[in-house]
Design a binder for this molecule. Structure first.
Ligand code: ATP
Ligand code: MG
Length: 408
């Protein structure tokens, strides 16, 4: 079927979508090249052309990943065999950016359909959460069709605000508590972040955060930013990102310093290139700066039993495979006041041992986690004290890197 790709009210291109497979088969009549999704243009014989493969990746990447917890049950309930087929049912609208598709020649405005202003159905969220609701006549108009990530999640309007509810994973369902702990640490250290709280539904914890994207600013993931140009041979993946940001007018190193330090403290295992990014003004296309830090839950030994909780060999992303090596990429610790974290171990224990939480996290694990965090903060203090500030451009790729190509 034919659609116009829209960015708010700007018509960007005419596209054709195969309604049986969900892919984009044709892209033509580009009317606003500068509004095309970031990283979908390539140079061909000195000319800029839309890269159909990259465009398709961008479009299908808007759909719920097949790896999402519980997605096959949800699809069965909905009678749909592929999450890509959910995209057209909500016009591709999202609460993280401002792209959508308008049926060709239909007269619809962004104001009529966007989820920032307009209510949306709970049906898809209910199904994704395995809640007993309908089993037919679903209203598919929901931003849940365009949500990314592996954990079960749904958007809900709470007190008029668009909020993302996110579960944890078995066996400890710990990620929601981790989000709250990361919030606490970032509050204390003055790091720009998305604040998370906990909500209990049917005796299960979910993290809740407000939409940090607004009607005028949108999230562009670091992964998409990296698609703007190929990595030069002399660039590490860190420098690739830093240099592109510089080309866009953003000095990103201070934000990366803070992210790397946070991830070191909480032993984050999953800061892949779609778990951070930039904010862009959707109207002027002006780059604003780093997005506030979100999605820090896959951390704090979330899936490890008490005996395994130690600083040994924790996976690290996105720039290095080891946290100790990634920490060496920090350009300045001048902003870091470690004393702000005095007593944090007791506050972590309080969060993990809270009445309801303890049934999932267990006191023995909570104590081990709090003690390990304290150790990591002590090590961080020593490293920060002995750190000579150095030029970001010296942040080369001497140590084995995580392969950025695996995060599309
Ligand atoms: N508060 C928010 N406002 C707007 N968009 C958000 C918000 N939180 C998350 N997102 C978007 O939703 C996506 C999925 O959310 P999130 O990364 O928290 O889920 P996840 O399941 O933990 O992901 P992962 O698979 O990385 O573990 C993010 O990559 C981001 O694009
Ligand atoms: Mg994520």
């Amino acid at each position: 079927m034919k659609y116009t790709l829209m960015h708010k009210n700007v018509a960007v291109a005419d596209i054709e979508i195969d309604e049986t497979l969900g892919g984009v088969t044709k892209i033509r009549n580009i009317t606003a090249k500068e509004h095309l999704p970031v990283g979908t243009i390539r140079i061909q014989r000195d000319d800029e052309v839309v890269d159909r493969y990259a465009f398709n990746q961008w479009w299908t990447g808007r759909s719920i990943p097949a790896s999402r917890m519980g997605v096959s049950d949800a699809l069965e309930t909905l009678g749909i065999y592929n999450t890509k087929l959910l995209l057209t049912k909500c016009l591709g609208l999202s609460l993280s950016d401002h792209y959508w598709i308008k049926p060709y020649n239909k007269n619809i405005l962004w104001e009529d359909v966007n989820f920032f202003d307009n209510d949306f159905s709970d049906d898809i969220g209910d199904v994704l959460f395995g809640m007993n609701g309908k089993n037919a006549d679903f209203d598919f108009v929901s931003p849940d069709n365009t949500s990314d990530g592996n954990l079960q999640k749904r958007w809900k309007i709470i007190d008029g605000k668009r909020c993302l509810l996110k579960s944890g994973s078995t066996p400890f369902i710990q990620q929601p508590f981790n989000e709250v702990i990361a919030t606490l640490i970032m509050n204390k250290l003055g790091i720009e972040h998305v604040p998370y709280t906990i909500i209990w539904i049917d005796n299960k914890p979910y993290s809740v955060c407000e939409d940090f994207v607004t009607k005028d600013t949108e999230l562009i993931s670091a992964w998409r930013v990296l698609q703007l140009r190929q990595k030069e041979n002399h660039e590490s993946s860190y420098l690739h990102y830093v240099n592109i940001c510089k080309e866009l007018g953003i000095d990103i190193a201070p934000a990366l310093d803070r992210m790397i330090v946070l991830d070191y403290i909480i032993a984050n295992e999953d800061r892949h290139f779609n778990n951070f990014g930039l904010l862009r003004d959707a109207n002027t296309l002006e780059w604003i700066g780093a997005a506030p830090i979100f999605d820090s839950g896959t951390s704090l030994w979330y899936d490890t039993s008490a005996r395994g909780i130690s600083t040994y060999d924790i996976p690290c992303k996105p720039f290095k495979k080891k946290h100790s090596e990634q920490l060496r990429m920090v350009s300045s610790f001048d902003w870091l006041d470690i004393s702000k974290l005095n007593g944090i171990e007791d506050e972590i224990l309080n969060i993990l041992c809270e009445d309801n939480a303890v049934q999932y996290v267990e006191a023995e694990r909570a104590k081990a986690i709090a003690a390990e965090v304290r150790k990591r903060i002590d090590t961080l203090e020593i490293i920060a004290a002995s750190h000579d500030s150095y030029d970001v451009s010296s942040n080369g790729g001497d140590v084995e890197e995580v392969n950025a190509a695996s995060y599309d």
